[in-house]
Structures are given as structure tokens and as C-alpha cells.
Design a protein around this ligand. Sequence first.
Ligand SMILES: Cc1cc2nc3c(=O)[nH]c(=O)nc-3n(C[C@H](O)[C@H](O)[C@H](O)COP(=O)(O)O)c2cc1C
Ligand SMILES: C=C(O[C@@H]1CC(C(=O)O)=C[C@@H](OP(=O)(O)O)[C@H]1O)C(=O)O
Length: 382
Amino acid sequence: MRFLTAGESHGPQLTAIIEGLPSQLPLGKDDIDPWLRKRQGGYGRGRRMVIETDEAQILSGVRAGRTTGAPVTLVIANKDHRNWTEIMSPEPGNEPRKKALTDARPGHADLAGGIKYRHKDLRDVLERASARETAARVAVGSIALKLLSELGVQGANHVVSLGGIEAQSTFDWNALEAIEDSDLRTADADAAARMRERIDQAKKDGDTLGGILEVRFRGLPVGLGSHVHSDRKLDGRIAGAVMSVQAMKGVEIGHAFEQARTPGSRVHDAVYYQGGTYARESNRAGGLEAGMTNGEELIVRVAMKPIATLMTPLPTVNVVTHEASDAARERSDTTAVPAAGIVLQTVVGWVLADAMLEKFGGDTLGELQERLKAAQQYARDY
Ligand SMILES: Cc1cc2nc3c(=O)[nH]c(=O)nc-3n(C[C@H](O)[C@H](O)[C@H](O)COP(=O)(O)O)c2cc1C
Ligand SMILES: C=C(O[C@@H]1CC(C(=O)O)=C[C@@H](OP(=O)(O)O)[C@H]1O)C(=O)O
């Protein structure tokens, strides 16, 4: 499967085209829109999220509630565009532009992108760098999650820490409802209260916060990905997808950074033969060995940096005058860590759905399901 997204943060819409989905997958707006809504949420988001009510329009590849096998086109409107029509117009004659941004924000795409693409109005960079684009990726990934659910795979995400405040680190699938209900995506209500205070304080100070997120998937078969070549290794593909999300700066499978300080005898998961099949008492590998799923739960942990746009700005340089200035203050989130969990779950879901199709093939959902079932039986009997 492959996909492309297009669209600027304040342009008329975001567009995504997905190619390679099997036919006969039950699919409708109801499978996509709840993910878009969840991505908009979370404590610490800015005013833009009050303006938008993201929903997907399905413009191709689906008829009567099922995929046909043809490319699927998705469109998400930017409601805020109505306030930006002149500034975002593709027509010439709009210079000097209103809302030109020339005080490059440290930590954002502004300076490197301005030099690379030779723009002095850094808006020409930030419009596409903006995490508004993640709405399109979430819409795409939500279809991957739908496919995975038809294959018996379930995903989850939660906030492990935010602004240095740790939530209870042991994840429990039974706590999913509490996580979904929480505006901080944690079942730890006490930590959530302290996180809220920390966010309120950061907002008052004109500061921003990052955090650590965890994504999990259970029900995966053995053998997605491969050990045989670098670009087929699933750990690398997951890390690539996750690191391509705006503001993600670190990734680990399981608790890799902690394990790097621990002897192997206390890290690797001993194998047993129990009840006619293979079993492990621990899953410290986080579900991946040698670039392949090993049948255990997949655990991916990701570090998100604090938001780059500060209301108490850092020193920078004006790219037109070259004079010292304060970094531009754009309307912005104080933190987007809870929202990012949704983005991360959907982008990892995409990689997993793609790997499923690669291993089991099939033009239709039914063929995919049959082949998966046969492989699972083989793994049990092996
Ligand atoms: C859901 C989400 C919301 C974000 N909101 C903002 C924001 O309001 N302001 C901002 O400066 N950065 C925000 N970011 C991060 C920037 O888009 C990102 O830092 C920037 O594009 C530079 O890319 P890099 O951090 O990956 O290097 C957000 C990221 C995510 C995932
Ligand atoms: C629009 C979204 O996030 C935006 C991501 C973002 C950035 O710099 O990444 C900056 C802000 O944009 P604006 O200035 O329009 O408020 C966020 O609101 C979104 O998540 O849908």
C-alpha cells in the first residue's frame, strides 16, 4: 500500500490518496471521523482546535460501505481557511503578503526550510511543516486500523509522561476506557491532575511542554516484516513512520534505553513449550525480534519535544533585516502530547497493515483473512 497527502495548514483542505487497499473492506466515515475528533482533543491544545471540527469526505474507492480495490481519496476541510483566503491564495499579486513571518522560530521548520526552498516569507515553509498535516495521516491510518481490526488486531496509545510528570507506567488493556475518557490519555487520574496544573503554568509562562507516549498492538501474527534486508525490517519501518511525525525526537521498542543498561540475562525473554505451543513469560523485546513480529504485544515508546512556538519567545534573527529579534509568536498549542498518541497509533497501524498485506497478499479482505488464519495455524503447530 502507499499513500500521499497534500494541503497547507490554512489552505482550503487536506487531501489523501491511498492505493493498494484490498476490496470488500467495510468502510465508512464512522471508521475515520472518531479518530479525527480524538486527534483534535487533549488538554493543552490551542484555539485552532475550537475552530475546526474535522471530518473526512470519502471521494473515491468506496461504494455501498465497502472498498472496491480502487484508490481511496479522502478530504478534510480546513474551516479556518475562510479567515486566510487572501493570504493563502495561489493567485499572484498578493505581495507583500499579510502575516508574512520573518522571525524564524527556533525548533520549527522556518530557518532551514527558508534557506532550502529560498523563501523569505517563512509562512511558505510553516504552512506545510505544520502538524495540521497529521489530520490527513490520521484519516489514512484510521483505515489501516479498520483493516487490522478485521484481522483481529487491536491497538492502543497512552501518555507515559508529560512535562516531566510520570503517569503509572504499567499499561492495562482493561483501562482503555479510562484512557479514552481522559483529556490527558492516561488512566492515572492523579498524574493527570498534576499534568493539567503543569500545562496551565506553562501556558501562563508562555512556555510549552513535551512528553513520552506509548503505542501498543496485540493480536499480531508471527513474522510480519523480515530479517533478510535492512529496508524490510519492521522495527526500522516503525521507527521511520513514528519519527516522521512532527516533533517526535526519540523512539524505542519496549524499554530499549533502560535495557541498554541491563545485562542480557535480565533482558531477553526465555522461551517455553506449553500446551502444545511456544510461550514466553515476559515481553521485554516489545514484540519484535530481528525486524519481525514474534507474536507478542508490540510496544513502541516515543519522545515528543516541547512545542517550538513560544509565547515568551527565544532570541532569533529576522531573515529580511538580519537584525536580532524575538521569534515569531503564532497561535499555538501549549502541548500536543495527548493528541500525538492518536497520530502515533494510526501511523504505526499503517505500517502494520502494510506488512500484513505484504506477507499475506490478497486482492480482497476475505483472501487476506484466510491466509492469515492458515499462517496462525502453522505457527501454533510449528
Ligand atoms: C498534534 C501536533 C500538534 C502540534 N502543534 C504545534 C503547535 O501548535 N505549534 C508548534 O510550534 N508546533 C506544533 N507541533 C510540532 C511542529 O509541527 C514541529 O515541531 C515542526 O513541524 C518541526 O518539526 P520537528 O519538530 O519534527 O523537527 C505539533 C505537533 C503535533 C504532532
Ligand atoms: C492545526 C493543527 O495544529 C497546528 C499545528 C501547528 C504546527 O506548527 O505544527 C501550529 C498550530 O497552527 P495554528 O497556528 O493554525 O493554530 C496548530 O494549531 C492541527 O493539529 O490540526
